[in-house]
Design a binder for this molecule. Sequence first.
Ligand code: 1CP
Length: 319
Amino acid sequence: MRQAGRSLPEYRKIREGVGMLESCRRPDLVTEITLQPVRRHDVDAAIFFSDIVVPIAAAGIDLDIVAGTGPVVAEPIRAESDLARLRPLVPADVDFVTEAIRLLVAELGATPLIGFAGAPFTLASYLIEGGPSRTYLKTKAMMYGAPDLWNALLARLADITLTFLRVQVDAGVSAVQLFDSWAGALSEADYRRHVMPHSAKVLTGLIDAGVPRIHFGVGTGVLLEAMGEAGADVVGVDWRTPLDEATRRIGPDRAVQGNLDPAILFAGWETVERETRRVLAQGRAAPGHVFNLGHGVMPETDPEILTRLVALVHEVSGS
Ligand code: 1CP
């Protein structure tokens, strides 16, 4: 469960006085934080503790992850001359990631570790806007108005992302997830034209890596087919599209992931159980279903509910 760590008291304790980026760069902390939800909830896989902006910080961008806000970029990328500040990533830039993954794989034993990276569009949105955005106005202005600059920026980001995911595969992750969290801001035509080729470069660049590739977005109902075509083995689906309908759009040769609305976890156990059973039943229409929430765990979520949820999914799915 993405960002499950945030709801745990042991997470808040270990992070006291340590900045988010700093904690991502400390293999001892990364290892402990990644293991916390696995120990507590008995989930079937661990998600690597890091953030999507870690590789672009390592590639020269001055940024911080501000508590309660998210990534904030000191000097946003708005012109051709800004591109030079985003240099190619070399594996040595993220040695701390290699070290943390090696430690984790040894600790986790048979439990798989999922690595991840941000997709070019979602990373570009932070670099261009300078931080989180509701409208993606500056991002879209560049996409429509300066296509050469746009394509140069996304091509650089695709190379960084591919290198970053390769580092994680080489260090031992069992699956990779490409987060295009904000691609839902686009129409299908614009996604296919301006974004998909760059994401496809990342995903197809990993075919020979031999690990499943999960492609995730939020509010991407109209993009599900294209996100599958971009080269994913598994397509993430948020709570807005029922999994049986999602599978009809994505096609019979790709699995699905996700789908319980994270807000359901605040509605009482009876509702959680009913909705979880519905999601699992609808997921049977797909050739494979990785149960998950439709987006990250809210920090206010009661950890006990998460533990019960995992047990229920194990019981219903017979695993
Ligand atoms: O369980 C875990 O902790 C998983 C590790 C993880 C992952 C997979 C973190 C830690 N971030 C991410 C990915 C991530 N980061 C995404 C893609 C997935 C998604 O859509 O949720 C995105 C968009 C970000 C960017 C980001 N980082 C945001 C969103 C801001 C916005 O635009 O709305 C935020 C709030 C962060 C900070 C962050 N990253 C991770 C944590 C635990 C936190 C909270 C900060 C903290 O604990 O200090």
